[in-house]
Design a protein around this ligand. Structure first.
Ligand code: NAP
Length: 290
């Protein structure tokens, strides 16, 4: 199969490394020529260019630009694609992308099917230098077909996802967005707030000692708050309602903890922590396929 990857950063570059290792021919497009050249030298693509005509013979195009660029990029690449090629994306938010993409394809009178996708995999880094092999292996990868998405296109993208060693899930776009608000977008904001509480400590002696003493617990809890700022902003911008709902839920949980601590309700607090200790493994269990 011949794959086109648009946006050669962490996700696009990592996908290219794996797709080539699987024997696919991979061509890439990125905004900067230097990124295209680096993607070639890193072995993430067979060839890459800022010239969109490089996509003229691909079977699948995977849109791996930032969320804010997925639709405008699609508008630009559409005229260069074979009529039968399948479009898919990797954006972290699905409902607005899927709805606008379907409208765009109808407006452009394009026959190309679109299958929304979201690999639940990443690191704190961005750009082609941060691309790594096997990023998707063992991690969930969600496809969000709608009633109008052709089954054969879903099957082709699903096969690609499985071949990466990812665990395939299918759901509708808005259920996806509400679920990832809870387990992905809310944690970014919570973790960012944690880092800011530490940095805002007024006593320089305490702040300096905190920096010295921070160890594995802080590394775990601050990881996603120290990630790509542009990605965090776009999660909030594109998934506003679901993120706000989860932030309000989180604030209400914090208020209940504050109330228990203020009232010295230590048994109630411990009971809460017994529940969270019991429930955490639910979210970390090995992901079941389909
Ligand atoms: P990234 O490392 O910043 O990569 C995006 C790349 O797209 C950039 O390196 C940039 O390359 C290129 N680009 C930007 N605008 C472009 C345009 N208009 N046309 C062509 N190329 C363009 O970001 P990422 O983390 O890979 O995220 C990419 C997508 O994956 C996003 O939609 C995000 O929601 C999704 N995603 C991210 C994660 C994660 O944890 N990082 C996880 C799952 C899904 P140049 O150097 O050429 O400018």
């Amino acid at each position: 199969m011949k794959l086109g990857i648009v946006g050669l950063g962490l996700i696009g570059g990592s996908l290219g490394l794996d797709a080539r290792a699987l024997g696919h021919v991979v061509v890439g497009v990125s905004r900067k020529l230097s990124t295209c050249q680096r993607a070639i030298s890193r072995g993430a693509v067979d060839d890459a260019s800022v010239d969109l005509s490089i996509l003229s013979t691909v079977d699948i195009v995977v849109l791996c630009t930032p969320l804010s660029d997925i639709l405008t990029t699609t508008e630009k690449v559409l005229p260069f694609l074979p009529k039968t090629s399948i479009l898919t994306d990797v954006g972290s938010v699905k409902a607005p992308i899927v709805a606008q993409m379907q409208a765009l394809l109808i407006q452009a009178n394009a026959q190309n099917p679109f299958v929304g996708g979201h690999p639940m995999a990443g690191t704190a880094n961005a750009g082609i230098e941060s691309a790594i092999p096997n990023l998707f292996r063992g991690n969930p990868y969600v496809l969000t077909p709608t009633s109008t998405t052709p089954d054969n296109a879903v099957a082709v993208v699903a096969d690609l996802v499985r071949s990466l060693g990812a665990n395939l899930y299918k759901c509708d776009p808005s259920t996806h967005d509400r679920a990832v608000a809870l387990i992905s977008h809310l944690p970014v904001m919570v973790s960012a707030s944690l880092i800011q509480v530490c940095t805002a400590e007024r006593d320089p002696l305490v702040r300096e000692l905190a920096i010295q003493l921070a160890s594995s617990g802080f590394r775990d809890t601050s990881r996603v708050g120290g990630g790509n700022p542009e990605l965090g902003r776009l999660m909030a911008e594109f998934n506003t309602d679901a993120l706000l709902a989860s932030l309000h839920q989180y604030r209400s949980q914090l208020d209940r903890i504050i109330g228990q601590v203020e009232a010295g309700e230590w048994n109630a607090l411990e009971a809460r922590l017994v529940e969270t200790q019991r429930d955490r493994p639910l979210y970390l269990k090995e992901h079941l396929k389909e």
